[in-house]
Design a protein around this ligand. Structure first.
Ligand SMILES: Nc1ncnc2c1ncn2[C@@H]1O[C@H](COP(=O)(O)OP(=O)(O)OP(=O)(O)O)[C@@H](O)[C@H]1O
Ligand SMILES: [Mg+2]
Length: 260
């Protein structure tokens, strides 16, 4: 289906995302120090760590919201370290925020439609919903992928918190994402909403890789194949979910930070 999304040339074997020696300073504070992380195409990774560990700063460096002070970031082989955020989005990088960024007065369907429209070609032509079948079709598919079909005509302001977070995932899926950064998507969710989130994440197309920041280990370790544990702005440990879960040093850090 042609929804007007940017086209990507086929990807050479290599990393989806590669950070080398990334440091980010805020004045005298080093939010990140010499962070090196490699994520394969399609790989799903959790980034864990207590408050202030540098997890969101890591995302900000990758998206370009706050570029690194030093170090390099490659996205599918291309050095994007100094690219503005929109150039990264054009290349298929997406993120969700710790704090919601939706249009509360619009319906679920309109939010998703606008997101699809925003990443498509011809986005500056007059907006006439209903005239662009491909975009409408893409929007409906995304709404279904995040389990919101039943509430698609509702205004976002009327949705439950969990449904709003599901909608944010739909927005991140608009266009042709190759990699998504999820910042605490389970924050504030009920147990039922958490199960729904896990189902949505594990049902994403296999070629879409992601990094998920998540304090809830029960959610994080169910939806990833690898884990990076951060502490004080540095990579503290990397491993498979069951290795990280069983690691005494990780357990101590988590217990110490109140994330038991
Ligand atoms: N824009 C900024 N200006 C100044 N300091 C910042 C900024 N963003 C982050 N920091 C600092 O960098 C450090 C890492 O913050 P960051 O938000 O990356 O942590 P985090 O791991 O996402 O924490 P949390 O789990 O609370 O979301 C903190 O000490 C924070 O105060
Ligand atoms: Mg954060």
């Amino acid at each position: 289906m042609d929804n007007g999304a940017p086209r990507f040339s086929s990807v050479a074997a290599g990393a989806a995302l590669e950070l080398r020696g990334v440091t980010r300073l805020f004045g005298a504070l080093a939010a990140l120090t010499d962070v090196t992380i490699t994520v394969r195409p399609g790989e799903r990774r959790a980034v864990l760590g207590s408050n202030g560990a540098g997890k969101t700063t890591l995302f900000n460096c990758v998206t370009g919201d706050f570029p690194p002070s030093s170090g390099t970031i490659r996205f599918f082989g291309e050095d994007i370290t100094h690219f503005p955020p929109y150039e990264r989005i054009r290349r298929g990088l997406r993120r969700t925020y710790q704090i919601s960024a939706l249009f509360p007065g619009l319906s679920v369907r309109d939010n998703v439609y606008l997101a699809c429209r925003g990443v498509s070609r011809g986005r500056f032509s007059v907006l006439r919903p209903g005239t662009n079948d491909a975009l409408m079709h893409a929007s409906e598919a995304l709404i279904q992928a995040v389990h919101l079909t039943a509430v698609r005509e509702q205004r976002v302001a009327e949705l439950a918190h969990g449904q709003q977070r599901q909608l944010e995932i739909a927005l991140a899926l608009a266009g042709a994402p190759r990699f998504i950064l999820f910042d605490e998507p389970a924050a504030g969710l009920s147990p039922t909403e958490r199960r729904e989130l896990i189902e949505i994440l594990t049902s994403l197309p296999a070629h879409i890789g992601y990094i998920i920041i998540e304090h809830d280990m029960d959610v994080a370790l169910r939806v990833v194949e690898s884990v990076t544990m951060m502490h004080n702005g540095r990579v503290f440990k990397e491993g498979l979910p069951h290795e990280i879960e069983a690691d005494p040093e990780v357990q101590e850090l988590y217990l110490g930070a109140g994330h038991a």
